[in-house]
Design a protein around this ligand. Structure first.
Ligand SMILES: Cc1cc2nc3c(=O)[nH]c(=O)nc-3n(C[C@H](O)[C@H](O)[C@H](O)COP(=O)(O)O)c2cc1C
Length: 330
C-alpha cells in the first residue's frame, strides 16, 4: 500500500508531514495548538488576526500571536482587505518569527466580509492578488522570506464559483500554497464540501494545494488524499475535542496500528489543555471556554452525559480536577 503520510514543501519551508490543524477562531488558540502538536499535528496556524487591530496595536491581538512552547513551526493567519494595511501588519509579525503567514480569504462572518476581508476578497481576484503580493513583500523585507499561504473558499455564492481564478491570482502573486475549503461563502459551514473542486485546483496550480472540509475521521483524510491528490489536509471541526485524530490519521496513512485513547487519557489531555489555556486567559475564562471542549472530549464515552452535566457547572480548575478524578469512567 502506498504511504500517503509524507513531507510537504511550502516555499522555503519543509514540514515533516501533511496533517495540519486548520485555523479555527475561538478554538485554535495556543493551548489547543500545543495539544495538537503533542498528538501529532505537523503544522498549526493561529486563529485569524485582524490586520487593522494589529496595526492599531490592539491588546487582544498580542494574545493571539505567540507560539506555544512545543510549537516548533507555526503560521499566523491575517485577515484584512487593504494591501497596505496587510503589508504593515505582516511587518509587525517579525518579533514572533512565524514560519509562514496565511491570508484568510474564506471567513463568511458578516462583521468581517462587510469590511471587504475574508471571503469578500474573493469577489475581486485582482485585489486578492495585490493583498498576497503586499504580504509577500513584507515577508521578504522583515520575516526572512517565509512562505505566504492563502486559504480560500469555492467562491462567494453558487453563481460565482471562482476558486480557480483566486487560486491562480494567489499563485501568480507569490503564494507558496493555497488551501481550499470548497464551500461558498453563502453556504457557511452547511451542506457538504465539494472535494472535486480540490482535485480540480490541484490539477491547475503549480503550487501545492491543501484541502479542507468535512474531515471528521482518519478515513476522511485518507479519502481526501486519494480523491484529490492534495499535498496536505487540514483538520478543523474534526479535531475539536479530538486532537487524537492526528496520530490516528498518521497511523492509517502509514499503514501502522493505532490504539484509541482510553477515557482516562482523554480526560488528562483535556485537563492539560485547560491548564494551558488558564495560563493565557485566566482561570475563569478558561473554565468557561473549556466546557464546549470537554463535551467533545467526552463524546461517545460510557457515562459521558452524566459527566458533562457536572462539568458544565465547573468554574475552577480544582472543580474540574475533582470531577474528572472522581469519575469512575477512567
Ligand atoms: C468556528 C469556526 C471558526 C473558524 N475560524 C476560521 C479562521 O479563523 N480562519 C480560517 O481560515 N478558517 C476558519 N474556519 C474554517 C476552518 O478552518 C475549515 O476550513 C472549515 O471548518 C471546514 O473544515 P471542516 O468541515 O473539517 O470543519 C473556521 C471554522 C469554524 C467552524
Amino acid at each position: 500500500m502506498m504511504n500517503l503520510y509524507k513531507p510537504v514543501t511550502i516555499g522555503s519551508l519543509t514540514l515533516p508531514g501533511n496533517l495540519f490543524l486548520a485555523p479555527v477562531a475561538g478554538y485554535s488558540n495556543r493551548a489547543f495548538r500545543s495539544i495538537c502538536i503533542e498528538q501529532g499535528a505537523d503544522f498549526t496556524c493561529t486563529e485569524m488576526v485582524s490586520s487593522e487591530a494589529l496595526t492599531r496595536k490592539g491588546v487582544r491581538t498580542e494574545l493571539l500571536l505567540p507560539r506555544a512552547e512545543n510549537e516548533i513551526r507555526y503560521a499566523v493567519q491575517l485577515f484584512g482587505s487593504e494591501p497596505e494595511v496587510m503589508y504593515r501588519a505582516a511587518l509587525l509579525l517579525a518579533p514572533w518569527r512565524p514560519d509562514a503567514v496565511d491570508i484568510n480569504c474564506g471567513c463568511p462572518v458578516p462583521k468581517v466580509v462587510k469590511t471587504g476581508a475574508g471571503s469578500a476578497l474573493m469577489r475581486s481576484p485582482e485585489k486578492l492578488g495585490r493583498v498576497v503580493a503586499a504580504v509577500v513583500r513584507a515577508s521578504n523585507e522583515s520575516l526572512g522570506g517565509v512562505p505566504v499561504t492563502v486559504k480560500i473558499r469555492s467562491g462567494w455564492d453558487a453563481a460565482s464559483l471562482n476558486y480557480r481564478e483566486c487560486g491562480r491570482a494567489a499563485g501568480e502573486s507569490g503564494a507558496a500554497l493555497v488551501c481550499l475549503h470548497p464551500r461558498t461563502r453563502t453556504q457557511g459551514y452547511a451542506g457538504r464540501s465539494d472535494w472535486f473542486q480540490i482535485a480540480d485546483l490541484v490539477s491547475r496550480l503549480a503550487v501545492p494545494v491543501a484541502g479542507s472540509g468535512d474531515l471528521f475521521s482518519p478515513e476522511d483524510a485518507e479519502r481526501m488524499f486519494r480523491e484529490t491528490r492534495c499535498a496536505a489536509v487540514m483538520f478543523a471541526r474534526g479535531a475539536m475535542g479530538n486532537p487524537f485524530i492526528f496520530a490516528a490519521a498518521r497511523a492509517l496513512l502509514s499503514g501502522d496500528t493505532w490504539r484509541a485513547p482510553i477515557p482516562r487519557e482523554r480526560f488528562e489531555t483535556a485537563f492539560r489543555q485547560l491548564v494551558l489555556l488558564a495560563r493565557d486567559v485566566g482561570e475563569g475564562l478558561a473554565c468557561r471556554e473549556m466546557r464546549k471542549q470537554f463535551c467533545a472530549y467526552t463524546k461517545g464515552i460510557n457515562g459521558g452525559a452524566a459527566l458533562r452535566n457536572r462539568l458544565i457547572h465547573a468554574d475552577t480548575i480544582e472543580e474540574y480536577q475533582v470531577i474528572l478524578d472522581c469519575s469512575p469512567l477512567g
